[in-house]
Design a protein around this ligand. Structure first.
Ligand SMILES: [Zn+2]
Length: 439
């Protein structure tokens, strides 16, 4: 008999949903991790004979799946959770959020808010998030310390904020950050032009040129509301998507966030350019922005990822809530109950999200050779019984509260509900301190 192979971590679980191969559930299998990479997914009996593990974790009533990818957030805005609610986007932004940001935004605000958001995200199953905000250095440092995977999209706007004096300043700082993290295994940095309505043609053209030259991703709010599209037609004589296309911003590295207003020519532009859509169903509903036609986009071959947006417009960062809402909404909007089935919804929140961020060779599925970014969800609770279909249970009955474990590159971020790399007590204490300041 050959001697057992050494492995650093062996996780045995009742179910494993690898996402790729699609629509599959492995029962009573184990996942072996070595050097932060998935070494094997094999039946538990075989694993016991084949591997000599430093650590073995037995998860009897759990499902293991790839860590969720939150493809759009403004993490630090967790400190503005519930600050202004029940308002349309324009009023909410112009009369509440932007004034609050101009008063409170600072390096400390971003560090503390991002920490709070990461604690919430890890506890609810997110291991990778795309962030669009200011003071990206603070976001990158906080994510690196917490060992979370993060795509930092640095905001660019026509006007000054505490995060920069204007387009050139935002871009200069962002590119410096990008250079600093160029070879980082967890952090990547990209452009975050805020939206077509907050940027004139010149900085947008400059971003297109620089992103192309440096092979850097572009993350942008787009077609969020009907008003945005109408205003663009009035001002530029074309829809925002067409304007971005003419300015050279639509490429396979572009992440178009929201896209609630889509006609046939928009679909064609998205498909032909290879750009990705990031669907944020809760934020779209809460701001009464409209509905992203997820089923139609996917049917046209367009990749759709899932995001929460910031906690100021959600008001949670729980991707399981987002998953359930996305699956239900896809059916309601398309009038087709087979649209976005449970496995497809899980794929949207994992592998498709990774693809939108250019990370699908590294994460998003539990395949041999990929980074061990994964989570465990406990399905032993009463409301999940009986478990006929674990994927359905995850999408339609589970919530982020049922996530028990999380790993990134084989490193534990949460074990049995206890955060390992973030100090929850300290972070919630800081949030209460900000609450007092902002009274
Ligand atoms: Zn947003």
């Amino acid at each position: 008999m050959p001697s057992p192979e050494p492995t650093s971590l062996l996780i045995k679980a009742r179910w494993i949903i690898p996402v790729e191969p699609a629509q599959r559930v492995f029962e009573n299998c184990a996942l072996a991790i070595s050097d932060g990479v998935i070494q094997a997914v094999v039946p538990q009996r075989e694993a016991e004979k084949r591997f000599q593990a430093d650590t073995t974790i037995n998860l009897g009533h759990h499902v293991l799946l790839p860590g969720l990818v939150n493809a759009h957030s403004h993490a630090a805005m967790s400190l503005l959770r519930g600050y202004a609610d029940d308002l349309p986007l324009k009023t909410w932004l112009e009369q509440h959020i932007w004034p609050a940001e101009s008063r409170w935004l600072s390096e400390d605000f971003v560090r503390d808010g991002t920490g709070l958001a990461m604690a919430e995200m890890v506890k609810t199953g997110t291991t990778c998030f795309a962030d669009m905000y200011y003071f990206g250095e603070q976001v990158a440092q906080a994510a690196q310390q917490a060992r979370m995977r993060c795509h930092v999209a640095f905001s660019v706007l026509d006007f000054a904020t505490p995060g920069g004096s204007g387009p050139d300043d935002y871009i200069r700082k962002g590119l410096a950050l990008r250079d600093e993290y160029r070879n980082n295994d967890l952090i990547q940095v990209g452009f975050g032009p805020h939206a077509p309505y907050t940027l004139s043609d010149e900085p947008l053209r400059k971003i297109a040129m620089l992103a192309n030259e440096t092979d850097t991703a572009i993350h942008i709010h787009l077609h969020e509301t009907a008003q945005e599209v109408a205003d663009s037609i009035a001002k530029y004589g074309m829809r925002p998507l067409e304007r971005l296309h003419k300015l050279g911003l639509l490429t396979p590295s572009t992440q178009c966030v929201h896209m609630t207003q889509i006609n046939d020519s928009d679909t064609q532009l998205l498909r032909d350019s290879g750009a990705h859509v990031v669907h944020c169903p809760t934020a779209n509903l809460k701001l009464a922005s409209g509905f992203c036609p997820v089923h139609a986009l996917q049917s046209a071959g367009i990749n759709v990822a899932l995001g929460t947006g910031g906690a100021a417009s959600n008001n949670a960062l729980d991707m399981f809530s987002e998953l359930r809402l996305a699956a239900l909404l896809a059916k309601g909007v398309s009038g087709d109950a087979t649209a976005l089935d449970a496995h497809a919804a899980l794929r949207m929140a994992t592998l498709d999200g990774a693809r939108a961020l250019g990370l699908d060779n590294t994460i998003g599925s539990l395949e041999v050779g990929k980074s061990a970014d994964l989570i465990a969800v406990d399905l032993s609770h009463t409301g999940a019984q009986p478990v006929h279909q674990p994927a359905s249970q995850l999408v339609y009955t589970a919530s982020g509260q049922h996530v028990s474990h999380a790993w990134v590159a084989g490193r534990a971020l949460m074990l049995s509900g206890q955060l390992q790399t973030l100090n929850e007590r300290e972070l919630t204490g800081k949030a209460r301190w900000w609450q007092e300041q902002m009274k």
